[in-house]
Design a protein around this ligand. Structure first.
Ligand SMILES: Cc1cc2nc3c(=O)[nH]c(=O)nc-3n(C[C@H](O)[C@H](O)[C@H](O)COP(=O)(O)OP(=O)(O)OC[C@H]3O[C@@H](n4cnc5c(N)ncnc54)[C@H](O)[C@@H]3O)c2cc1C
Length: 408
């Protein structure tokens, strides 16, 4: 009989994005001595920095779906402005695409969407518990969310997905364009015909970068967590009942367990340990512009354009675009301009677009089935990776899942 894996008394969490800080919290509050290690100079400076800011616990529709499959030839030819697919001949990329395509069946779409919904609902509970236990300042607000559909077929499909998700904790109302515009006057400004709007009044928003900073303060101030910034981990070396994380600068950090929360690069450290995860970066963009009198207060997702609008105080965050297989973190001015044009087209007066600043790009850590990978494959090694388009939404629930798996 195999002995059960021992409960770690100490853990190194690698990566201080939303997933890493949430994981550090889940372990530290269960009494584990946590060292949080981040290669950048502070928390939340990579994909968690300026994402869409939406906590979309119910909008868990998997990217791999039959409708997308029928668009594949146009996608591959670069004819869908929101998407780009790199022509890469490396085997990992081709394998990932093949796995993604195999998830585009109606059955897989349903399974993947419902599995993410379950994690979304767990995440909402975990976030609410965090917020009631600690006064953290990151603009958490139940803003509600509207998914806007601009074709009859898309609207019909959206309603059947909503029916699929119906159950406890899921409040989603189908609204006519006029009903939606009464609740959110900014929608009356939307450029083209809207066929229907799915309104989820309990969806939330929050600034992910402020969250990582607030969590860093909480973890180091109240939970005895040690945070090391500017520490790039090169290798993990499990040695008997310990694991050593070896830094590029020669640092050596030892603990009972190492937890990989390194986002889009997830898997690099694990590969040397014989653990291979299907995580592919999908680059996206955002900008933040001053709000106007016509800015939405409710979060808006224009599904056809794959673009989100989120009101953050006196600003509006706009995010979108999906460049699969792109590993370059820099802002491509052409793609940034494409996002701006798409935002103006979708909701022409939603923000002061002429004053849009803070152009930003990040790499979503995508898995082919839209499921994060949360596991302890070896006694000294665990990971919490691959949160794709919903990492901010799913961070708190994923962290709780991993902590329960390892510690309870
Ligand atoms: C344009 C855009 C919009 C989005 N909008 C939303 C949204 O509205 N809602 C939502 O839920 N999600 C959204 N997402 C997705 C979400 O941002 C990501 O899923 C999430 O940020 C991933 O978090 P993470 O902690 O896994 O990764 P990261 O935030 O990238 O954190 C990983 C950290 O690990 C560090 N690291 C990596 N390797 C090492 C190493 N070897 N040693 C030390 N440190 C290391 C990195 O520096 C980084 O800080 C969006 C993404 C994009 C790009």
């Amino acid at each position: 009989m195999i002995a059960p894996a021992p409960r770690p008394a100490s853990a190194i969490v690698i990566g201080a994005g939303v997933v890493g800080v949430a994981t550090a919290y889940a372990f530290a509050r269960r009494g584990v001595a946590v060292t949080l290690v981040e290669r950048r100079e502070g928390p939340g400076l990579e994909t968690s920095h300026a994402n869409g800011a939406q906590l979309s616990y119910l909008y868990t529709d998997a990217l791999a779906n039959p409708a997308l499959l029928s668009q594949m030839p146009r996608l591959a030819l670069g004819l869908v402005p929101a998407f780009r697919m790199r022509s890469r001949l490396d085997l990992d990329y081709l394998r990932w695409i093949a796995a993604f395509l195999s998830n585009c069946t109606p059955e897989r779409f349903r399974t993947n969407t419902l599995a993410t919904l379950r994690l979304g609902l767990e995440s909402r509970i975990a976030m609410e518990e965090l917020a009631s236990a600690h006064a953290l300042d990151f603009g958490l607000r139940t803003a509600g969310k509207m998914q806007v559909y601009r074709s009859e077929a898309a609207w019909a499909a959206a309603q059947s997905v909503a029916a699929l998700k119906a159950g406890p904790g899921v409040v989603q109302n189908a609204l006519s364009p006029a009903e939606a515009a009464r609740l959110e006057p900014a929608l009356a400004e939307a450029a083209e015909g809207i066929h229907g709007v799915l309104y989820s009044p309990e969806e939330a928003i929050g600034d992910p970068h402020l969250f990582t900073c607030a969590m860093h303060g909480l973890l180091t101030g109240s939970y005895g967590v040690t945070a090391l910034f500017g520490c790039d981990i090169d290798r993990l070396d499990p040695q008997g009942d310990r694991v050593v994380a070896l830094g590029a600068d020669g640092a050596e950090i030892a603990a009972d367990m190492a937890i990989d929360c390194s986002g889009a690069e997830g898997g690099k450290l694990l590969r040397e340990l014989g653990i291979k995860l299907p995580i592919m970066p999908m680059k996206g963009y955002s900008f933040t512009a001053p709000a106007t009198d016509h800015s939405p207060s409710i979060s808006i997702t224009d599904v056809a354009q794959r673009i989100v609008f989120t009101r953050l105080g006196d600003k509006v965050r706009v995010a979108g675009l999906a460049d699969l297989g792109n590993t370059d973190r820099s802002v491509d001015p052409r793609r940034s301009a494409a996002l701006l044009a798409s935002a103006r087209h979708s909701m022409p007066r939603a923000a002061a677009f002429d004053e849009a600043g803070s152009q930003w790009a990040g790499l979503r850590p995508m898995t082919p089935d839209a499921q994060p990978r949360i596991a302890r494959p070896q006694p000294r090694i665990a990971y919490n990776l691959g949160h794709g388009m919903l990492g901010w939404t799913l961070a708190m629930g994923s962290a709780e899942r991993l902590a329960r798996l390892v510690l309870d």
